[in-house]
Each structure stands twice: as structure tokens, then as C-alpha cells.
Design a protein around this ligand. Sequence first.
Ligand code: C5P
Length: 394
Amino acid sequence: MLQAKKILLAVTGSIAAYKAATLVRLLVKERAEVKVIMTKAATDFIPALTMATLSKNKVLTDLYEEDTWANHVVLGRWADVMLIAPASCNSIAKMANGLCDNLLMAVYLSATSPVIIAPAMDEDMWHHPSCKKNIETLAGYGNIILPVENGELASGLQGEGRMQEPENIIEYLKSYFQIKNDLQGKHVLISAGPTQEALDPVRYLTNHSTGKMGIALAKECYSRGAIVTMVLGPVNEKVPEHINIIPVVSAAQMYEACIAHFAKTDIAIMCAAVADYTPVETASEKIKKKENIFTIECVKTKDILKKLGEMKTAKQVLAGFALETENETANAIKKLDNKNADFIILNSLRDEGAGFGSSTNKISIFGKGNQSFSFEKKMKEAAATDIINIITKK
Ligand code: C5P
């Protein structure tokens, strides 16, 4: 399971650093490719020479080596996973606040790979509100935090704060890589962003959607092995090039594109903020200013999610979003039935840090058969992981 996986092990200054040697040995035994970076404090607990010998790779500790710059960006891009074990209280605080005063921090901040953190510290430090807050911040950034163990601590006290045993971390990595491929070869269709409904050649009706949530979902599905197609309204966000984009402007174009791609789709997630109404007529010339009151006659757009719900076969999974301002749960559950969706993801505009524009979201997921799942506010990338975890369980 870990064969040929590229693991960048980052070791910080904690007494648990001695366990990092076992970790390297077990990773190598699993035929993973291991590179190790260490903070200066970590080398006080375990020599870099030990880690270099076990990993069969040079160990980096400094941003500069013999007058040459250590390329931290390359390391963070090389890895399939950056594993920070043990992660000391001090390093966790630096990571949560974006400090960059050593090689390990520079690699962490520039890493494009997922990051798994195995904290290790004394119980009282672990329970300090500042540490709790830092851990929450890191989890909110989409980092995976491994739980600490309860047991004998370096201080001689008993309690929470011990780093996970290396064997457990290896088991976690194995199941992580298994999950990482759980959408291998599946076709995923995602609608995202706003639509623009033209009034005349220069004006349109639209909304504040930025497409961030849909793009986060597309990235998550791609990283789990899916072939992803996005039907994307006009947005400023950048989309990774390996995602197949079908750019659209209006609700009618989005409808046509989604319907056309649905037959070969295994999972469809309708995340777009589609206009509910479109002007009956689009003027061919710019509308002139005349009367005091200007009325736009509109007609309902076609409901894409509802149509896909009618077309859906037993093998396909369909999810939609509900952005509500009142009676949130009741409205979301109603939508599940009305649109024959398998899941409705609710975000309430009443929750701070949820919905349009923001980088975070606070979601609840409702599934057929009275299933419901609630999540804390987190970065949209982490919310996307939660959503796909639930959908793939079906
Ligand atoms: O009915 P309502 O617009 O509240 O439902 C929201 C869900 O339906 C979202 O998943 C949205 O993408 C989808 N939708 C759609 N086509 C429409 C309107 C909404 O697919 N015309």
C-alpha cells in the first residue's frame, strides 16, 4: 500500500523524536520512499546521521548548506504526503501562524502535498487554550491532525499528549492512501460559480458566488483519482489544469452542458448558484434610461438539479447544495425529496464564515433515509473532504 509513496518526514524537537527512527524504518520496510527534514531542536534528541542512514537519503536541517540554498519548494512538491512527527507545541504554534524561521517551516508553508500532523507534548501543554486554538487553525487549513495518545509522558505524569505509536501512524497512512484512490476512474460532474442572465449587451443579473466551494470539491475528487468535469460559470478563481472545464455564462447554457455530460457521470454535485429567473427578453441594444421605475419581466430558469434527479439511474449519485436564510433544515430536507437528490449540503447565511465569497464554510449534509451530518466551520478544502467522504460511503 505504501510502496513507492513519497513520504517527507518532518521531525521537530520533542522527546518523541526517537520514535521517528522507528517510523523511518517501518516506512522503508513498506517500500515507501522517505526523505527526512529536521529542526535543530530535533537533532538534539536524535542525530541526523541516524535518520540519514535509515532513510538512505540526505537529511536537511538548514535553509542554507555550504553556501547553497536548500530548495524547500522542491521538497514540498516532491512529497505525496508531508508527515510531521513528532510535531512539538512550538512548531505547531509556528505553523498555525505562518512563521518561517527554519527549513521545516519553509517546507511546510510551501508544501503542495497533504500534510499529516502527529502532535507530541505534555498533557498540560496539549490542553492549553492556545495550543487547542492552533490545532483547530491547522485542521481548518485542511491539515490532518492525528489524535494524541493517553499514557506515560516524558514528565513522568500520565495523560494525553503522547505521539501516536509509529505502527499506528503506518496503519493510518495505509488507510489514507487507500481512501486517496477511492474515486479511481470515476467520472465526477460538478457545476459551480454563478450564472449571468443578460438584460442587454452590457448588463446582466447575477449573484455573489465565487466558485470556491465547487473548485475545492473538484480538487478533492481529482486527488482521489476521479476524472473531473466542471461546468463553470464566470469566476475569477484559478482552476487546476487537470480539471476539464466547460465554461458557461447563462443558466440555460449550464443546463445544456450538465444534461449533456450526465449520462457518463458516476457522481454529480450541483454546487452552482444558478439564477432562478432570467429576463424574458434580452434587448439587442443597450436599454436607454427613461421612466422612473424600470421593471424587468423574468421567467423561471430550468432547474438542473431537479432534471438530473429525474434522469438519475440507480448507479449514479446526485448531490446538491442549499443556501438558506431561514428554516434551514426543513428546507434542505424538502429539497432532497423534491429534487430526488441523494444528498443536500446545507450552508446557512446565518452562520458567520459560511456561503459566498468566504474561504470557509460551515455545512450540514442530509442524505436519504434521515441521514444527517453536521460539521464545524472549516476551510472550503477541508469541507470538500468531509462532503466527499460522506458521498463515497454510499
Ligand atoms: O432550489 P434551489 O435553487 O434552492 O436549490 C439549490 C440547488 O439546486 C443547488 O444545488 C443548485 O446548484 C441547484 N440548482 C440547479 N438549477 C437551478 C437552480 C438551482 O441546478 N436552476
